[in-house]
Design a protein around this ligand. Sequence first.
Ligand code: ZN
Length: 521
Amino acid sequence: MIARFAPTVITGDTTRLSGGDRAALRKLLAAARIMDSLYLRQVWAGNVALKRELENDTSTAGRLRLRYFNINMGPWSTIDDNEPFVSGVPQRPLPHANYYPEDLTREEFSAWLTGLPEEEQQKATGYFHTVRRDDLGALRAVPYSEEYGDELEHASRLLREAAALTDNSSLRTYLLKRAEAFLSNDYYDSDLAWMDLDSPIDVTIGPYEVYMDSLFNYKAAFEAFITLRNDEETARLSMFSAHLQDIEDNLPIEARYRNPRLGSLAPIRVVDEIAVGGEARAGVQTAAFNLPNDERVVAAKGSKRVMLRNVMEAKFQTILAPIAAAILDSSQLHLLSFDAFFTHVLAHELMHGLGPQTIMVDGKSTTVRKAMRELGSALEEAKADISGLFALQHLIDRGILSRETERPMYATFLAGMFRSVRFGIHESHGRGVALQFNYLMDEGAILHNSADSSFAVDFDRIGDATRKLTSEIMTIQARGDYDAARALLQHYALLRPAMQQSLDKLTSVPVDIAPHFPLAE
Ligand code: ZN
């Protein structure tokens, strides 16, 4: 079980940081550790005691159990549908996690909620309150600042100390506001300050994602990402941004479907991770995230996408490189390149903001998302991928990107498709990739060698096929044509035998990385 996670060093270059920032970093790494212990408590009421018990077991099996516990931050194997690997623990999902009393039913919760004044209802259903019983068994919303008071006071102090040490004012503002939020339980101002963060040290710390609350998806789990801004990629991103309107103006769709004036797009930050804490430590490692989730903040200021470049690179070396070795035609294997991979990931993210968004259907204004309903995300992911290739080809043809990046881009994309469908096509990314793969096969742009079940790019055809599929998907989106979307997905978004056969060769490739953070350790 452990061997599926390849041990990997994750670190960054701190030599370019100022002395003040380096001292601040030490405080932030300590604060991230506090998120670990808070998250352990949030997972399950018995989690902390179980961990202590595992730590006292010095047998070989005991040590391995502890190691796997630390990978998952609990006794359930997250990549095996949360199967327990320590005997005597309850089944997961534990709907209540450790956010609600374990005997609470949904009915009791809603009855309680109905009787509460508006302000108390907000707390009961909010991100930052647990629900507990008082001595008489009555329900009560407890602010995180009280439930986790000691730890949060400690974390708050570390953030204030870091704020005093850094010389970057946007970081100082965020840290001071977040330190305040840990004590006041009001995170709004600090979430706004996070949106404005532009600093050599980039930090995300606090309660964020609600997935673990499978009762209601209300309660946020603690996590931390301590990262360094990647200045080279940030520069590349602004180069791309300067050409987005030109790409939009040349999309292979009817002119009336193009947007003559792109608005400002959601901000993207490219960073290198040096430590994580809390939920970010558990199971499969995050390679990119969008935050905040709080709708009030999103309405006021939008959200931001953070891309963890060195985590992506580690996954590329550990997972994509062996996949490519198994499935790519040997004459094209030398084209595999992380730079090509990452450039396409950036293009994918940017292309989500291009092409049809607000559309007219039957004389009424609507959005692509609404018109495509449950098919929307698979189609949108396929669009971002394929039009990402289209956009980069456009920049190559314009002479903005080097001609030498052309072949690596397509060969790396081909190998990457196998990574995306490796665990099935049940979710949008995998489904969208299967659609593209089969379409490109049928266009003769991907060639199959059945003798060794490898695949190769036909470089004479891939450019045209990419343009054609971009056109097809975006036109369906522009027309809000749900039936055409369904037909396209039904025909192409399948695992055909040739692909399945190659996937079967990948069983020994690691599933993910198990990061070591030398700077934190
Ligand atoms: Zn996407």
